[in-house]
Structure formats: C-alpha cells, structure tokens
Design a protein around this ligand. Sequence first.
Ligand SMILES: Cc1cc2nc3c(=O)[nH]c(=O)nc-3n(C[C@H](O)[C@H](O)[C@H](O)COP(=O)(O)OP(=O)(O)OC[C@H]3O[C@@H](n4cnc5c(N)ncnc54)[C@H](O)[C@@H]3O)c2cc1C
Length: 409
Amino acid sequence: MTKLKREIAVVGGGLAGLSAAIAFAREGFDTVLVAPKPSNGDGRSTALVGPSVTFLSDLGIFDGLRRQAQPLAVMRIIDDTGRLLRAPTVEFRAGEIGLPAFGYNVLNSDLAAALSAKLAELGDRLVVVESGARTLSYEGDGVEIGLDNGDTIIASLAVAADGRRSVLRQAAGIGTRNWSYPQTALVLNFAHDLPHNDVSTEFHRRTGPFTQVPLPGRRSSLVWVERPETAALLVDLKPESLAEKVERQLHSILGKVTIDGPVQAFPLSGSIADRLTARRVALIGEAAHVFPPIGAQGLNLGLRDAASIVKAATMARDDPGSSTVTARYESERRGDVLTRTIGVDALNRSLLGGYLPVQALRSLGLATLSSSSMLRRFAMREGTSPGSGLFGLPETLRNAFAQANTPPR
Ligand SMILES: Cc1cc2nc3c(=O)[nH]c(=O)nc-3n(C[C@H](O)[C@H](O)[C@H](O)COP(=O)(O)OP(=O)(O)OC[C@H]3O[C@@H](n4cnc5c(N)ncnc54)[C@H](O)[C@@H]3O)c2cc1C
C-alpha cells in the first residue's frame, strides 16, 4: 500500500480526463491521472468546435491529428418530421462568419490515441496509476483518494472526470438531477459514393435526429437516434441491409452507402450535477453533465471544463485546490453548462412531442434562422465561441431563462 502525494489528481481517463491531466502537467503541476485500463472500442466521432480546437492545439495534440480530422464547413438542418408544420432547411456556412470551418470531426479512438501518446512525453510531471478511485476524504490541506488497488493519493485538488456514474462526485456529496429519453443512439461510420464537400447534415425526424458528419475521404460518421425497440432491430441487421436503410434516410444525398466497422448503441439520458465543485473537488465532462448527441455539444463542453479548471488553478499556484480556485471554476462554467443542457433537452423534446404549439415554435425558430442572416451569424458565433450569446445577457434575464427551463428531475 503506497501513499502518493501530488498537487493535482485527475480521476478518469476518458477524453475529458486525459486532456485535463495533460493540460495540468504542461502548466507545470505535478499531476497524477487515476485511470483504470480503458475498455476498448469507442466508435464515436466528435465534431470539435472553436475553443476545443484551440485547447487541443495548445496541448500540442491537434497538429498531429490534422490528417485524421475533417473540416466542417457547412452544417445543414433538414426537417424530416413529415409533420404538418415543417421548418425550412437551415444552412450554416462557416464562410458567413469569416471562418474556413466551424471545426473538425475526428474519431474518438484517434483523439484518445493522440492524447495517450502525449501522456508518455510528459515524464515525471504526469504519473498514471492504472486503478479506479473508490473513496474521498480530507487530510489537512489536501484531499485523500483511496484507490481500488489499495493505494492512496493525497492532492491539493481532485478533478472528477470519471464519467456519468462518477464515484468521486458521489463521495464529495454532490447530487445530480437525472432523466432519460425514450431513445437510443446508433453510432456507425460509413463509406459513400458521392463527396460530402465538408457538409454535415442533421435530419430532424419524429424519433430524434439522424446526423451525418464528414470524415476524411468519402467517409462519414453517423449518429442515428431511434426508439429503443427500432434501434435493437437495426443493430441486428446485416451490414448490406443497414446500408440500404442509411441511404434511404439520407435521401441518397451521398449516393450508395457501405457500412464501415461496427454499430454501437447508446441509450440516451440526461444528467446535471447540482454543483460543479465541492471542497477541493471539481467535476468535469460527463461527471458534471450528460445530454443527448444533438449539435455536437457534450465533449466540447467537457473540454471547456478542462481548460477552465486548469486556468483557475494557475491563478493560485501555491494551493490549486483552494476555495478561490473552485469558486472561480464554478462561476465560470455554471452558465455554459446550464444553457447547453437546457437547450439540447428542449430541442430533443421538441422533436419527440407531437404537441402543435411546440412544433409551431420549433418551425418558427428554424424559419427565422433560415431567413435572418444576422440571427444565423449570432447562432454560429455562439456555437463556435460560447459566451457571446445567451450567457452574454444580463444576469436577471439569464436567471429568468434558467428558472423557466429547469430540466426535469
Ligand atoms: C452517440 C453519441 C455521440 C456523441 N457525439 C458527440 C459529438 O459529436 N461532439 C461532442 O462534443 N460530444 C459528443 N458526444 C458526447 C461525448 O462523447 C461525451 O461527452 C464524452 O465522451 C464524455 O467524456 P468524459 O471523459 O467526460 O467521460 P467518459 O468517456 O465516460 O470517461 C470517464 C472515464 O472515467 C473512468 N472511470 C469510471 N469510474 C472510475 C473510477 N471510479 N475511478 C477512475 N476512473 C473511473 C472510465 O473508465 C472512463 O474512462 C456524444 C455522445 C454520444 C452518446
């Protein structure tokens, strides 16, 4: 049984935890990453937008990933609900806000490999302990984390990046509001005959979105949200039959489709932590927030959490787990997390419900976006540089919005 003393302990080796641990070590903090052996095979991709690309570039990760990352120049939303009140197609073009691309789509497995390779370059600054965390207690001016392997870590700050069932969050006494959706997301990658021209298309359907995102070459990733019983049938289809269905849902915009690799299913749920911090503990990534895969938000939010907690810690180098650091992090991240959680939840529910006023509101919103280049530019800037939209509103308006839209328990 050993006791390891470090300034920072990051618990969880998913994409948020890996990025945070590297960022802390590069800032000169003695860091330990507590991460059980990864379970293999995440077939998902992530559309990395503005701040995520900057953060990963600053970590020295992004340049090496460029060949595996596909620029996203156009994002298109097509109303495929077949309902009476259908919205017009909305196209967001990065060129309209003077950008070559909104971001880049990369396979999570490629991103994880690039991050793991970077871990190895950081020498003694970053120690990796291959174990799970089990307990949390306080020891003088530090936090003590008990591990599954019997070892103990003492740190000034513990960063919980241990996912939606976070042991550290529970041990720190932070509650969550959880909810589920009658939906499962199927994830797969596919090759296609026609070029995608850097365009991502999100079809809004009655059961949820069906989103194609370009990958390098004539390949794309797909997130197909369906009712759980339909998803179960689709997963069991032969690749050729599934490919036909994908092509049909895409209205053949990419020509013939060939399924490329396995199909994975993710039951959809949502969760938000009551607080992002406790004494000497900060939550990042899905330990803090979980929502459906609409508009490519989840990991982007997690990477912004990681960048923010590292920045806060650098402002109190003597004691990076002090209440000044956790309070700064809480106040910097709360608004972004809350508005994204509420926005994605509302959009998803507006697709599922047949309630006419809600459909009318959704159609009106998309119609307004489609016809107003000013609003479109506002939405695009908010999507790529969060904070310039809702969070920039006066606090009273923000609070009123948050109260009116508190997600379900
Ligand atoms: C279908 C789908 C598509 C998505 N597409 C996008 C997208 O395009 N863009 C986007 O931004 N986001 C997307 N997301 C969301 C994104 O994938 C997640 O937000 C992200 O993967 C979460 O990363 P994380 O590191 O926070 O959590 P996780 O990946 O869950 O990592 C948590 C880690 O903690 C470890 N762990 C668990 N318990 C312990 C313990 N006790 N001790 C130590 N370690 C522990 C686990 O082993 C795991 O490695 C999508 C999600 C889904 C479901």
